[in-house]
Ligand binder design. Structure first.
Ligand code: GBH
Length: 477
């Protein structure tokens, strides 16, 4: 139907409404303590399992470490100013637990707490909302030595104690808290030694701290202790936080994409989503392990009580998910479990990281499933982004055209979810800056700001220019 006399104007007006996000939508950038802070042994900080792991030769690409990283601990003011420049209205960062409790438990370290007070003051002065992650994998080494880390429920209890202390200290300036970042990643990388088939007969080893290779039974117990730690932390935050303090988790829920958007296929995708996330997202939101999960684990199933399940599913204010890739495509099946996974074609497009399968639709389906399966009322995309082979060109700029493609395509799908009524309230781009990418060291660049790690010079990339305009218009541009 042709309604416009002046086509140009009509395109412009439909574009601005069609691509807009809801009012008040947060445009955030994200980082994590070990990946950016540096200052690994300053101001009374205790060592973390990542300090130990990265200091062991052979663990990290190029034997890189996070000892200095982005030196964010000292340069936080410059970094916050840069966030302001690129239009971010929120910053998701994590707190290094061993800065607060160098021994994991016991006496807090005032200088560690002070750093986060200075950082959050700076953010608030610039009108950037702080979102705190309490655990992004840098467990105090002392808890690993004392308890075996997450193998013990004592670590879960210590985590709750630490979480309660943080909301007492920062509650006047920070409203939003995520307990644990990516349960699955740190458990499987650190306690199993994750191996990923990347095609062409190649296997990728994605190990992480503390570098263990546990049996299946022990591993399932670690998974359970981690979700229990989350639940205990939520209770501690409710008990010790102020009115208005909000809490959720940040999990990389596996994303299931239906082959097509029809009721039967969507039902198959929802069934698959519950089952393949049974050990984390499902138990966190339902307070029960699915029958199929327990039957599949058999004698290796975790040991737990009914009381613990209730704790694990303590009511939340929002759900955070890190979304990078689709994990499965499914079609319905007449046989149990009611869906069939479709293999990924070898030619399926990928981003720069070997594991990073490209499909913007995962950023549509992940939040839609959260709403339709579990009735989520408030959702944050706590991470999304991609690595790219960024270089500084002769004119001094960084042209990350592939990241630009990625962001525009993925955010178009996220916008589609919000216009379908899925309650997504904010988006955090990973990452605010290039940083220490775990086992890949400084070899994988995920930032929208380039960092020269020799000089600590920061250069906003082309994608930062795009992000600023999108944030300013609250729309896909
Ligand atoms: C996130 O995890 C982290 O939270 C963040 O610290 C990190 O820097 C960022 O993403 C970028 O990597 O997905 O099945 O192919 C990374 C997510 C999960 C990616 C495990 C690699 C390998 C298995 N990682 N994944 S798979």
């Amino acid at each position: 139907m042709i309604v416009a006399e002046q086509p140009g104007q009509s395109v412009e007006s439909s574009r601005s409404t069609a691509r807009e996000f809801p009012k008040g939508f947060y445009w955030g950038v994200a980082t994590a303590s070990y990946q950016v802070e540096g200052a690994w042994n300053e101001d009374g900080k205790g060592p973390s399992i990542w300090d130990t792991y990265a200091h062991t030769p052979g663990h990290i690409n190029n034997n890189d470490t996070g000892d200095i990283a982005n030196d964010h601990y000292h340069r936080y003011k410059e970094d916050v100013a840069l966030m302001k420049d690129i239009g971010a209205t929120a910053y998701r960062f994590s707190i290094a637990w061993p800065r607060i409790f160098p021994e994991g438990t016991g006496a807090p370290n005032a200088k560690g707490v002070d750093f986060y007070k200075r950082l959050t003051d700076e953010l608030r002065a610039k009108g950037i909302e702080p979102f705190v992650t309490l655990y992004h994998w840098d467990l105090p080494q002392a808890l690993h030595d004392k308890y075996g880390g997450w193998r013990s429920k004592d670590t879960a209890k210590a985590f709750a104690e630490y979480a309660g202390y943080i909301v007492e200290q920062l509650g006047d300036r920070v409203k939003h808290y995520f307990t644990i970042n990516e349960f699955r990643s740190f458990v499987e990388a650190g306690y199993q030694g994750l191996e990923v088939q990347v095609g062409g007969g190649k296997t990728l080893h994605l190990g992480g701290a503390p570098g263990l290779r546990l049996s299946n039974g022990e591993l399932n117990q670690v998974r359970h202790n981690a979700v229990l730690g989350h639940g205990l932390a939520v209770q501690a935050i409710r008990a010790r936080g102020r009115a208005g303090t909000k809490v959720g988790f940040a999990e990389n829920m596996k994303v299931v994409v239906p082959v097509m958007d029809t009721p039967e296929y969507v039902r198959a995708a929802e069934t698959a989503t519950r089952e393949i996330n049974a050990d984390f997202t499902t138990v966190l939101l339902e307070g029960r392990y699915t029958d199929a999960y327990l039957a599949g684990a058999g004698a290796d199933a975790p040991k737990f009580t009914a009381e613990e399940l209730k704790t694990i599913a303590s009511p939340l204010d929002f759900v955070g998910i890190n979304v990078y890739r689709p994990n499965a495509y499914v079609e319905p099946s007449g046989e149990a479990p009611g869906y069939r996974e479709i293999p990924f074609n070898a030619s399926h497009p990928k981003m720069h990281s070997s594991w990073h399968v490209f499909d913007p639709e995962c950023l549509y389906w992940a939040p839609r499933h959260l709403k339709s399966i579990w009735g989520a009322k408030s959702i944050f995309i706590t991470e999304n982004g991609c690595a790219a082979s960024d270089v500084v060109s002769n004119d001094g700029r960084v042209y990350d055209s592939d990241r630009l493609m990625f962001l525009r395509a993925y955010l178009t799908q996220l916008q589609r979810a919000t216009s379908d009524g899925v309650p997504v309230h904010g988006y955090f781009l990973w990452s605010a800056q290039d940083n220490f990418e775990w086992g890949s060291g400084y070899g994988d660049r995920f930032g929208i700001v380039y960092v020269d790690f020799k000089t600590q010079k920061r250069i906003p990339k082309l994608s930062a220019q795009w992000f600023r305009e999108a944030a300013r218009r609250n729309a896909v541009v």
